[in-house]
Write a protein that binds this ligand. Structure first.
Ligand code: F6P
Length: 531
């Protein structure tokens, strides 16, 4: 592999395309309705063979089977990893034990009942007309439902309207509540741990808002929790029947398919929610059965490792050319960086290779007018995942053609670049004197040879979205397996949370211990300004 890398550093995408007329067929695949063209990566057939061998050597197949069988592969939390089981339905091939399958089916049935009651225009247990849902959660309890609801907006029923608040900025809560009527709003508090400070702070405001309008008893009928800690939720004031259970083995960032999808299911209807699960299951089946060299999540994972660990890329851009997918990069940031932003292996040994990249992106074409300059001419290598949708997402067909043309052109430009000779010829044709042209040329040269992958969805519907999200979930899993890290814990977020608890009293003027001079200085400055 090391020897191949030395040769590969000199690979030129233009040459690779000229040399191999079948390159696109060789380096593209179909999976669960998605088409993935990865021909614009700096690889040859031998590169893929070697990378697949790496995956085999790191037991990707065995790791996958252990996850699907419900083994406790999340070693640091001693938990199984059950998100695939959530969407496996009755015909599960590999599956965790019966009790877990029954629990999943039972909660899904409850989600169905709840979602369908909205179809009838009221909450099932209630005569109250609920027009709006306020979904309170953060991280995995927010990002995927928010992404999915925006992506699937055309499938949403007129009622209920769903509003999200995640941040612990009172302005966000104030803005959300301003437009809502407590008599017709259900508050859905989504928190696996039911101890996340931001979510609880927002939930307290929302509860007080309901209680202020209608009293404790009435309010509790409109207060719903999605959690694996129903005891805490009930202490907070949620009735037992309004608690939807999250399984211990479902990590927040993998939980869209669980009761966390409650508000989404209410908004788009249970049938559409089921289609989302079906799309994910189609990708699961592909992941379980396709040979590694033709396995979409495995290939994406290997390309990521090739680009970062062998070619030196430190970031990964994700650019959906679909406004409705504009939250995909936010969601993938948590999925990828919280899962694989680790520096020790499962055994606690420091790694000596890069793990998760810095994931960023925005909707195209917006990104073209912001950070694409760096992608084309910057000093860093930043591979791009372009996401495009074949079918128009509005009646403005010309817009769609323009959107797709931009998407495909960006991938082509990153690959092709522009040589000095081409630039000089252009400038000459434009009548620019040679001396000026020579001075300008270095600024107009594009090195090209920059890798990208294009993922094409047939249309933006629940099935394709489910397949797309599952594709990335499995990609992240495969990378974690190859890097030997635990993709399912997130200890790195704990320290900041703990320190937050010591800073908080200092802001109220209580003497704080253990805080550094810089933090104390900032606290003092805020307290002076606040007076
Ligand atoms: O950011 C840390 C984290 O624990 C995420 O992993 C999780 O998705 C988020 O906080 C919210 O956690 P909870 O659902 O327990 O409120």
């Amino acid at each position: 592999m090391a020897a191949h890398r030395v040769a590969a550093v000199k690979f030129n995408l233009g040459q690779l395309f000229r040399r191999d007329k079948n390159r696109v067929a060789r380096f593209s695949l179909d999976a669960a309705g998605l088409f993935i063209d990865y021909s614009k990566n700096r690889i040859e057939p031998q590169t893929r063979d070697l990378l697949v061998r790496l995956a085999e050597a790191r037991d990707v197949g065995a790791g996958r089977d252990a996850m699907l069988a419900g083994q406790r592969i999340n070693v640091t939390e001693d938990r199984a990893v059950l998100h695939v089981a959530l969407r496996a339905g009755q015909g599960q091939t590999a599956s965790p034990d019966r009790a877990i399958r029954d629990a999943i089916a039972a909660e899904l049935a409850r989600v169905r009942t709840w979602a369908e009651s909205f179809g009838r225009g009221q909450l099932e247990t209630d005569s109250v007309q609920i027009t709006d849902i306020l979904h309170l959660g953060i991280g995995g309890s927010d990002l995927a439902p928010r992404l999915a609801l925006e992506a699937l907006a055309p499938f949403a029923r007129p009622r209920p309207r769903v509003h999200f608040v995640s941040n612990v900025d009172g302005a966000a809560m104030a803005d959300a509540l301003r437009g809502l009527d407590p008599h017709t709003t259900a508050i859905v508090v989504v928190s696996k741990s039911f101890s996340t400070e931001e979510t609880l702070a927002n939930a307290r405001i929302a509860k007080a808002w309901l209680v202020g309008a209608m009293g404790e008893e009435e309010a509790s009928r409109q207060l719903v929790a999605v959690t694996s800690e129903s005891g805490r939720a009930m202490q907070f004031g949620v009735s037992g029947e309004n608690c939807f259970r999250m399984l211990d083995g479902v990590g927040g960032r993998y939980s869209l398919w669980s009761t966390v999808g409650l508000t989404l299911a209410a908004a788009i209807g249970f049938q559409r929610f089921q289609e989302l699960l079906d799309g994910a299951r189609a990708m699961d089946e592909h992941f379980m059965t396709a040979p590694l060299a033709e396995n979409a999540p495995v290939i994406l994972a290997l390309l990521g490792i090739w680009n970062s660990d062998f070619l030196g890329a430190e970031a990964q851009a994700v650019v959906p050319y679909a406004e409705r997918l504009r939250l995909l990069p936010n969601y993938l940031q948590q999925l990828d960086m919280e899962s694989n932003g680790k520096s020790v292996t499962r055994d606690g040994v420091a790694v000596d290779y890069p793990t998760a990249p810095i994931v960023f992106g925005t909707a195209g074409t917006d990104g073209q007018h912001a950070y694409f300059q760096l992608l084309h001419q910057g000093t860093r290598l930043v591979p791009v995942d372009f996401i495009a949708v074949a079918e128009a997402m509005s009646d403005y067909a010309d817009h769609h053609a323009l959107l797709l043309a931009n998407c495909f052109a960006q991938g082509a430009a990153l690959m092709r670049g522009k040589t000095q000779t081409e630039v000089l010829a252009e400038l000459k044709a434009a009548g620019i004197p040679l001396s000026k042209a020579r001075a300008l040329a270095p600024h107009k040269v594009f090195s090209g040879n920059r890798p990208s992958t294009t993922i094409l969805l047939p249309r933006l519907d629940p099935r394709s979205l489910g397949a797309l999200i599952a594709l990335y979930e499995h990609k992240v899993f495969v990378q974690g397996q190859i890097w030997g890290i635990n993709s399912f814990d997130q200890w790195g977020v704990e320290l900041g949370k703990a320190l937050g608890r010591s800073v908080r009293p200092a802001l109220d003027g209580t003497a704080a211990t253990g805080l550094d001079a810089s933090t104390l200085g900032l606290v003092a400055r805020v307290r002076t300004k606040a007076r």
